[in-house]
Design a protein around this ligand. Structure first.
Ligand SMILES: NC(=O)c1ccc[n+]([C@@H]2O[C@H](COP(=O)([O-])OP(=O)(O)OC[C@H]3O[C@@H](n4cnc5c(N)ncnc54)[C@H](O)[C@@H]3O)[C@@H](O)[C@H]2O)c1
Length: 268
């Protein structure tokens, strides 16, 4: 194990990645493995988790595929039990699953609202609660990381239910952090801005044009940018950080201060 890996205090820790089969989940799994974790790759598409597992094996670390659907309440306890059994314990969990549905508030139905609350907030409550119960039962400290969004921190036209759910997640991690601090369980979130992922919401050309005009870093982020933030928040490097949401957005939210566009973009 390299000196850098031991820096994170994660050597031999057991990590569960919910939605670990691609994109941000894959990047997070690989960074945690490089830092010395054994990794449980939980995904509704187990073949994706198997493929990430092969990359982790190439790093000389152990990983396990855990199949299941976190949107089915009845599967959540078995998923956590399966992870504990395969990993031989559980110390930390990063949950990636979530997605935005498109539509104005006047267009979306009550069913769509409920679907977005489930996919972006409700399941996270149930999974994080099950992980906390497992840690408390075993008397272990732990770390939990959820994925919010910049859309949870300001208006999100055309994806209002998603923004409301992610705002709920940001508040939920604060309450979890406060309620579970006595048991040494830290809970934090990451708020990605615009990240290049396998799931496409736009054409790459339009997304790049948006990035050039609205994101101070002038580019979309990568899944590794999220994986690095997740590694930090899950590790001892963030020992004194709980209840916070870390923006990983190339300055997007900060730039809301510039209503006329980014400085330098509009000058003759
Ligand atoms: N892409 C962006 O720019 C961006 C910006 C802000 C926030 N986010 C958030 O980032 C997260 C990841 O988004 P993404 O588009 O990369 O994810 P994704 O759709 O690629 O999903 C990640 C993994 O989760 C798995 N998964 C999906 N549903 C599942 C379920 N019910 N049970 C178990 N596993 C399931 C998928 O198979 C996949 O491997 C989401 O929470 C999203 O809201 C993304």
């Amino acid at each position: 194990m390299s000196q850098e890996a031991s820096f994170f205090g994660l050597t031999g820790k057991k990590a569960l990645i919910v939605g670990g089969g691609q994109g941000m989940g894959e990047s997070t799994a690989l960074f945690l493995a490089r830092a010395g974790c054994d990794v449980g790759l939980m995904d509704v598409v187990p073949a994706r988790a198997d493929a990430v597992g092969q990359k982790i094996a190439a790093l000389g670390r152990r990983s396990f595929t855990i199949a299941g659907d976190v949107l089915d309440d009845g599967q959540i306890q078995p998923i956590i039990a399966d992870a504990e059994a395969k990993l031989g314990g559980l110390d930390l969990m990063v949950s990636i699953v979530g997605a935005a549905a498109w539509g104005s508030l006047l267009e979306i139905s009550a069913e769509m609202w409920d679907q977005q609350m489930h996919l972006n907030l409700r399941y996270f409550f149930l999974v994080a609660k099950a992980v906390a119960q497992s840690l408390i039962r075993r008397g272990k400290p732990g770390a939990i990381v959820g994925i919010a969004s910049v859309d949870g921190q300001r208006a999100s036209p055309m994806r209002g239910a998603y923004g409301a759910a992610k705002a709920g997640l940001i508040n939920l991690v604060q309450t979890m952090a406060v309620e579970w601090a006595p048991q040494n369980i830290r809970v934090n979130a990451i708020a990605p801005g615009h990240i290049v992922t396998p799931r496409l919401y736009d054409t790459p050309q339009r997304a790049d044009a948006y990035a050039a005009s609205l994101i101070p870093a002038r580019a979309r982020g990568t899944t590794d940018d999220i994986g690095k933030a997740a590694l930090f928040l899950a590790s001892d490097m963030a020992r004194y950080i709980t209840g916070t949401t870390l923006d990983v957005d190339g300055g997007l939210l900060a730039a809301n201060l510039f209503p006329d566009g980014l400085p330098g973009n509009n000058q003759p």
